[in-house]
Design a protein around this ligand. Sequence first.
Ligand code: ATP
Ligand code: MG
Length: 297
Amino acid sequence: MSIDDIDSKLIDILKKDARTPASKIADVLGISRMTVKNRMKRLEDLGIIRQYTLMLGVKPLVSAPAQARKVERVKSGVPGFDELCEGGLPKSTTTLLRGPPGAGKTIFGFQFLYNGYKEYGEPGALIALQDSPSDLLTFASTLGMNLDTSKIAIISPFSPETIVHERADYETMALNFEKTVEEAIMQAGAERVVIDPITIFLSRFEDIYTRRREIYLINNFLRSRGCTSIMIAEHYDQTDYVLESYVAQNVIVMKYSTEGSHRKKELEILKMFATDHSRGLHPYWITKNGLKIEPST
Ligand SMILES: Nc1ncnc2c1ncn2[C@@H]1O[C@H](COP(=O)(O)OP(=O)(O)OP(=O)(O)O)[C@@H](O)[C@H]1O
Ligand SMILES: [Mg+2]
């Protein structure tokens, strides 16, 4: 297995670039192209050249920067709100809507469902835990929203007796709750869900662990169905960030403040998933046409 000086020069050239054309090697070594090919063949046969390998630079190995993922938005149906949060609520997330009595939480929920179907063709489900479906239909109609129950299912998972009865089996209630919500979602093919108010359900679970587990399960359940949901929560102390606020992806707080002899209503987005949302307090009004938010702070 002897190689001469020309062979070793040929190997040196191929070590630098295995794809150097035979014609170029021939020029450098002062031999014919055919001789180059014959010598290469001989070196291969002898096992001196075993293979021509490919060496990659760093660049091709570095994957292209990940495409920025876009957060899909669901229009709230509340005038002035979507401007505060990059065009709407992040799709398939859960929003906790908190506020004191009479703040307009239920009305916000109505508009989310009613306009959700009317304007965007997205069916919904309203899980009524406090008021009867009949009262809610009447209430909505006084605000000009005639809810079509084939497109917006309204269900009351529990009778008022179950809710208030001291000895109710709340573990069973939790299981039934999920089942009933699922039925409501199926019934209307709901993409939007409002639970009004979740507080009633959660308040029955006294220990913090169970309460957290329940809110976590409901949140996961709704998200796994692809629903964009609003959980309405009662809220007395504005500094009390209840457990639900941590589990939900988005938190909207409705507040009262006094201005002279008037009670002023303001809304704040406390947090919102992957959204550069407004950090301000936004005055809002409730009229016979529903709730409307002033976008500028
Ligand atoms: N048809 C209407 N026209 C004008 N304003 C109305 C009308 N209906 C209700 N409101 C106003 O909205 C308030 C009730 O709003 P809503 O029921 O949404 O509050 P909420 O936050 O859900 O309260 P709660 O926690 O007690 O359920 C009323 O107190 C009233 O001020
Ligand atoms: Mg209400």
